[in-house]
Structure formats: structure tokens, C-alpha cells
Design a binder for this molecule. Structure first.
Ligand code: FAD
Ligand code: UDP
Length: 369
């Protein structure tokens, strides 16, 4: 049988787009499909009144990998945006990540020595926890009670829909902790937002490649499988195997959007609401990602919830139950020689964009050379 394509790529998100671009560059013929009505997956941005709106949640590109940074910059220019979220807890504002500004706001301490002494005092109560078993223990060991209760517990329990005691410790290790007056959320060397939006980056990656949107792989599987020699699958791994061992859990988000007739709503791109009683986790004001000077502004409140039938899966819940289930699916995946499982959904990993790019670049090199 003649197969028209070398690769059928299921998913026009970042993984699929990088893979398609690189495979095409190496002379392979690719067909990219996506069930949504647009490309770019969760990094999709849409222009509303001149503002690039992050339709699936705030996305800030950051990496310490020069190769990845040079790679994305070869398609689109990045601006100098630095993520400096502010937390609102019961009407009081605190800088994030936890730094000298936060410590001053919490306790009035003014020097690193005073801050360290205060944190040591806060942590002392938990010194007996040598190996934190869950997120709550990890947070208490790292920063003590005040930080945990004001800035972590409420946000985390809303975000993940379960007690912090039932969450893996690694989630909180993502939050930097520092004794300088530096509100940069990330420690990475490079950071920014693509000028013109993330969709432009993916458009560039997919330039000259055949893309079919509104095409669900499972609906047309029999025909699609005949078209290509190999498949790169970036959808949910459990769905690929028809959920035969059960469903992997995800957290989903509901986005409530508002276009406001005011130039500046909250003075920052990201404001987190860290108390349990406020039902959303954060408000995004999109124009501030690009230093926008438009007359209007566009804001989005993010409400986390459990995934149900027609929701988009956003955050894998990598607790021990789901990891055990994943291992069963991974074993099946290994027996599929002509199928690559890549990206956040197919690998069921909490990857950032730079990690997805690294993985896709490595995979394409490995299998095409
Ligand atoms: P996706 O973007 O999910 O792409 C997968 C694609 O496959 C989707 O378009 C989907 O429609 C399609 N698909 C699935 N099933 C099928 C099917 N059956 N048929 C056809 N198509 C299918 N990363 C950062 O670096 N910085 C951030 O600030 C950041 N913030 C984030 C905020 C949120 C709310 C979320 C959810 C993620 C965030 N990320 C961030 C992570 C980032 O979104 C991911 O790393 C990246 O988008 C993953 O790309 P992907 O291609 O693996 O997955
Ligand atoms: N987190 C928190 N308070 C905050 C921000 C984050 O407790 O104000 C916790 C929460 O558990 C979250 C994790 O830190 O899931 C990682 O946060 P990050 O901002 O990296 O999450 P993402 O941007 O991926 O949603």
C-alpha cells in the first residue's frame, strides 16, 4: 500500500508543531491534525481589540537552555517580559515568588539576616520532618506556617481540588525562595513572550506543512492510520488505549473572560488569589504581557475544577495512584513500535513549554537519523 505521509502528527500543539517542523526539514512528509478549530494547542493566543489573549491560561516562556531559546527566537522575536505575580490574600498584597519583599510584607523584616531568622523560627516547628511525604509537609519544611497558610494552602487546594496532604511534594518545589528583593518568578536565564503572540510561533513552525483542524483522530482513525508510516500522538495516553485500565485524572479550568472599558484593571499580568474562599485562583490581565497601551483591557479569571466529559485536560494529577495507572499505559505504549507518544498529555507530565521543545527536538533527532 502506498502511504502518502511519513508522519501523521496528532495534535497541533507545541510538541506536534516542533516535531512536524523538524521532520519536514529532514525531508519527511508530515500531516498534522487537531481536533480543535485552531493550531497551537494550549499556547493558542487570539487577538482581541489589539490584545493577544492567552486563551488557555497565562503562558510565560522561560528556559536556561540556550539552544531552546535560540530555537524559538529564530521563528519569532521575544519581548523582555518578566513574570512577577502578586498574591492577594484577604485583601493584602504580597510579592511572589517568596523573596525579601514578601518577607517584609509578612513580618516587617528588612534584612536577609532578619528574614532568615524569622523563617528559621517558623520552620523549627517542622524540623522533625526529614523527608516530606506530601505537599503540605514540603511547604512547611521550606517556609513554615505563615507562608503556607497565607500563600500556599488555599491556592493549592483550589488548584488541585484535594487536601495539600494528598498532593505530591514536587509541585511546590517549583516555587523559588530567595533572600533578595527580586520578584522574578523564575530563576531561568531567558524569559519573555513572543511578540505578536504564541500562535505566530506555531504558525511559523507549521509553515508549508499540511494541517487539518477540526479533525479528531479517533473519529477517523481507520482512514488516518492508512495515510502514514508512523504516528506521533500528542493526545491523552489513556484515551489512545480506550481507557482500558481506567482514566488518568486531570484538573481542568474554566475561564471567565471580560473586556473592560478601562486601560488598566489590576496593574499586573498575573494576580493570584490565595485564600480558599475566593473561587478563582488568579486573574490574568493579558495586555501586561506585552506592555500594551490599548484603551481597553481584557481579563480572565481562572476557576479550576475536576475534568468531566467535554472539558479540556490541563494539569495531570501526578499522585501515586495516577502514576501507577500511567505505568500500565506506558507498558502498552512501548509495544507500539511505529507510534511516538510525546508531549504533556501523551506522557502525562507537567511539562513547561521549553521542556516540550527539548523533548520533541531530541525525539525527532533520535528517530530520523
Ligand atoms: P497541547 O498544547 O495540549 O497540545 C496537544 C494537542 O493535541 C491539542 O491541541 C489537542 O487538541 C490535540 N489533540 C488531543 N487529542 C486529539 C485527538 N484525539 N485528535 C486530534 N487532536 C487531538 N508552560 C510554560 O512554559 N510556561 C507557562 O507559563 C505555562 N503556563 C501554563 C498554564 C496553563 C493553564 C497550562 C494548562 C499549561 C501551562 N504551561 C506553561 C504548559 C504548556 O501549555 C505546555 O507545556 C505545552 O502547551 C504542551 O504542549 P503539547 O503539544 O504537549 O500539548
Ligand atoms: N502555588 C501556590 N500559591 C501561589 C502560586 C502557586 O501555592 O500563589 C502552588 C500551587 O500548588 C501550584 C504550584 O505552586 O499548583 C505551581 O505553581 P505555578 O505558578 O508554577 O503553576 P502553573 O503556572 O503551572 O499553574
Amino acid at each position: 500500500m502506498v502511504r502518502a505521509y511519513d508522519y501523521l502528527i496528532v495534535g497541533a500543539g507545541l510538541y506536534g508543531a516542533v516535531f512536524a517542523h523538524e521532520a519536514t526539514k529532514r525531508g519527511k512528509k508530515c500531516l498534522v491534525i487537531d481536533k480543535r478549530n485552531h493550531i497551537a494547542g494550549n499556547i493558542y493566543t487570539e487577538n482581541v481589540e489589539g490584545i493577544n489573549v492567552h486563551k488557555y491560561g497565562a503562558h510565560i516562556f522561560h528556559t536556561s537552555n540556550k539552544e531552546v531559546w535560540d530555537y524559538v527566537n529564530s521563528f519569532v522575536e521575544f519581548n523582555r517580559f518578566t513574570n512577577s505575580p502578586v498574591a492577594n490574600y484577604k485583601g493584602n498584597l504580597y510579592n511572589l515568588p517568596f523573596n525579601m519583599n514578601t518577607f517584609y510584607q509578612l513580618w516587617g523584616v528588612k534584612t536577609p539576616q532578619e528574614a532568615q531568622a524569622k523563617i528559621d523560627e517558623q520552620r523549627a516547628e517542622y524540623a522533625h520532618i526529614t523527608e516530606p511525604k506530601n505537599l503540605e509537609e514540603q511547604a512547611l519544611v521550606l517556609g513554615g506556617k505563615d507562608i503556607y497558610e497565607k500563600l500556599i494552602k488555599g491556592y493549592t487546594e483550589k488548584q488541585w481540588g484535594r487536601p495539600a496532604k494528598e498532593l505530591p511534594a514536587f509541585i511546590i518545589r517549583r516555587l523559588p525562595f530567595r533572600f533578595t528583593f527580586d520578584n522574578n518568578y523564575f530563576n531561568d536565564t531567558y524569559q519573555g513572550i513572543p511578540i505578536g503572540g504564541y500562535t505566530k510561533l506555531v504558525e511559523k513552525l507549521l509553515e508549508g506543512i499540511e494541517v487539518r483542524t477540526k479533525t479528531n483522530y479517533f473519529k477517523y482513525k481507520a482512514e488516518l492510520d492508512q495515510l502514514a508510516h508512523k504516528i506521533v500522538y500528542t493526545g491523552k495516553i489513556d484515551e489512545f488505549f480506550d481507557y482500558r485500565f481506567g482514566k488518568l485524572e486531570y484538573r481542568s479550568l474554566h475561564f471567565e473572560n471580560e473586556l473592560l472599558d478601562t486601560p488598566n484593571y489590576q496593574g499586573n499580568a498575573v494576580v493570584n488569589y490565595t485564600e480558599r474562599e475566593v473561587p478563582y485562583t488568579r486573574i490574568i490581565e493579558h495586555k501586561h504581557f506585552e506592555f500594551g497601551a490599548q484603551e481597553k483591557t481584557y481579563i480572565t479569571r481562572e476557576y479550576p475544577h475536576e475534568l468531566s466529559k467535554n472539558d479540556e485536560p490541563y494539569y495531570p494529577v501526578n499522585d501515586s495512584i495516577n502514576q501507577a495507572l500511567l505505568a500500565q499505559y506506558q507498558e502498552l505504549a512501548q509495544s507500539q513500535a511505529d507510534i511516538v507518544f510525546g508531549g504533556r498529555l501523551a506522557e502525562y507530565k507537567y511539562y513547561d513549554m521549553h521542556q516540550v521543545i527539548e523533548k520533541a527536538l531530541r525525539k525527532v533527532t533520535q528517530i530520523t537519523e
